[in-house]
Design a protein around this ligand. Sequence first.
Ligand code: ZN
Length: 128
Amino acid sequence: MTIEIKTRVREEFVDITGDVQRLARAAGVEKGLALVYSPHTTAGITINESFDPDVQRDMIAHLNKMVPPGSSVHHAEGNSDAHIKTSLVGSSCTVPIIGGGLALGRWQGIYFCEFDGPRSRQVLVHIV
Ligand code: ZN
């Protein structure tokens, strides 16, 4: 199953929790796993707080301090910071399914992490 995403700015965390939850419930699996995967080299997946959007803003700000845009040394495309940030957050997450739905913590959300937008993106979701 695929979630289509259009990002609007260069760096953005998109909350995809509701989409993944719908796919998990529609799969009719009582107890299993949801694999959420980004098939991109400049966009990743992470789980973090979904209550206060300032957490995502701070995560992007801190990633930019760690790996500033324009920090490519060799890569001619000039977007090495986006590649490095993608490796830092990772390309996937796996969430347990219990009782037919995602067993996320109360404050947790699943985020698609854009680091080189705006672009059209895809997230693959496999329920097992
Ligand atoms: Zn590149």
